[in-house]
Design a binder for this molecule. Structure first.
Ligand code: ASP
Length: 352
């Protein structure tokens, strides 16, 4: 990891962590594809960062990656880095590819508990050097948000968030919805924590604050990734469902259901779900819809899943449910404990 200390002005200090993604890429003339370039060039491309009354140090991962290559090990490195540098900075900005940013922001939200400082993910749809880049605005505003404090000197947004396309969203509520629009992310079930126009307007009633500003956060680095995802669709076969729901290598399965939590009502489907639960697996119901919540009492098809012992994912995103399960399974081998914790609102990821 390359760490650059910047003796800048002002009292606040921000650590800018570069993992990769379009924001730091440029066209390779030989292959005509986007490839990562060295981070120092990003700072050259965004001289506006020098106008802030705060020190901005930077840190670059040894291997700059397209976020399609993000792994739980990446989240562990990010969490370790934030833990190590926590007392030295007022906030953290993570530059990350958009493809898996919602997964990473969800994961970091569970891996950090009781944050007193902002951890803001951002990136861009166009490389920062491109004429119409969205990277500059995203980066500059993310830094401003990470440095923002209230009258008492506390961070305005002590949460893991994504800032993108003028909107600050709780990280574990987001999904990437466009591979083209500058508003690439959506928080379908929770309002933005801030909107940036001429001013950045914070919705302070929506922002989570720590119980104790003086307590050091807990950093959870153990993840158990034995989780799979089954997306229901018309024509799904018993063999496919069996392989995923009853596969020996998983402890938990997320079923992405229709609408308010509905799945096929045919006997073979419910029987396989029951078999998975009999095998000791946790089976979780989240909706395929971008907005709205699971309600397994609403339709007979949802009620069958509930009666079989399927856990309610409420209005959680798939990314949020995956990260929550990785984290909780990593905390305990006892699936009863995981099921009870999964039902709680741990980091603002569900409305309950
Ligand atoms: N493939 C890129 C990535 O996720 C796309 C982006 O950064 O927007 O790393």
């Amino acid at each position: 990891m390359k760490y650059v200390f910047n003796p800048g002005k002002g009292k606040s200090s921000i650590l800018l962590i570069y993992t990769g993604g379009t924001i730091g890429m440029k066209i390779d003339p030989a292959e005509q594809t986007l490839k990562p370039f060295v981070f120092s060039q990003i700072l050259e491309e965004v001289p506006e960062l020098g106008k802030f009354a705060c020190r901005i140090d930077s840190c670059t991962f040894d291997r700059i990656i397209d976020s399609a290559d993000v792994e739980p090990a990446t989240w562990k490195s990010l969490t370790e880095l934030i833990e190590e540098k926590y007392d030295m900075y007022d906030g953290f900005v993570i530059l990350h590819g958009t493809d898996t940013m919602a997964y990473s922001a969800s994961a970091l939200s569970f891996m950090t508990e009781g944050l007193t400082k902002p951890v803001i993910f951002t990136g861009s749809q166009l490389p920062v050097g491109a004429a119409r880049t969205d990277g500059k605005e995203n980066l500059v505003s993310a830094v401003e948000i990470a440095a923002a404090k209230d009258g008492a000197g506390h961070a305005l947004v002590p949460e893991v968030c994504i800032y993108f396309g003028n909107s600050l969203m709780r990280g574990n509520r987001t999904t990437k919805v466009s591979s083209e629009s500058f508003r690439a992310f959506r928080s379908g079930n929770f309002p933005p924590l801030a909107e940036a126009g001429i001013n950045i307007r914070y919705d302070r009633n929506m922002i989570i604050r720590p119980a104790d500003w003086n307590a050091r956060p807990l950093f959870h680095k153990r993840l158990d990734t034995r989780v799979s995802i089954l997306k229901i669709h018309p024509g799904i076969t018993p063999q496919v469902v069996k392989n995923i729901v009853c596969g020996p290598e998983t402890r938990a399965v997320i079923i992405e259901t229709y609408g308010s939590g509905n799945a096929p009502s045919r006997e073979w489907f419910i029987d396989l779900v029951r078999e998975g639960i009999r095998m000791g697996k946790l089976i979780v119901n989240v909706t395929q819809c971008l907005a709205g919540t699971v309600d397994m009492n609403l339709y007979a098809t949802g009620k069958k899943l509930k009666d079989a012992g399927v856990l309610d994912g409420y209005d959680c995103t798939t990314e949020g449910a995956l990260a929550k399960l990785f984290h909780l399974l990593g905390q305990s081998e006892d699936n009863g404990f995981v099921a009870r914790e999964f039902d709680k609102n741990l980091r603002g990821e569900i409305t309950k």
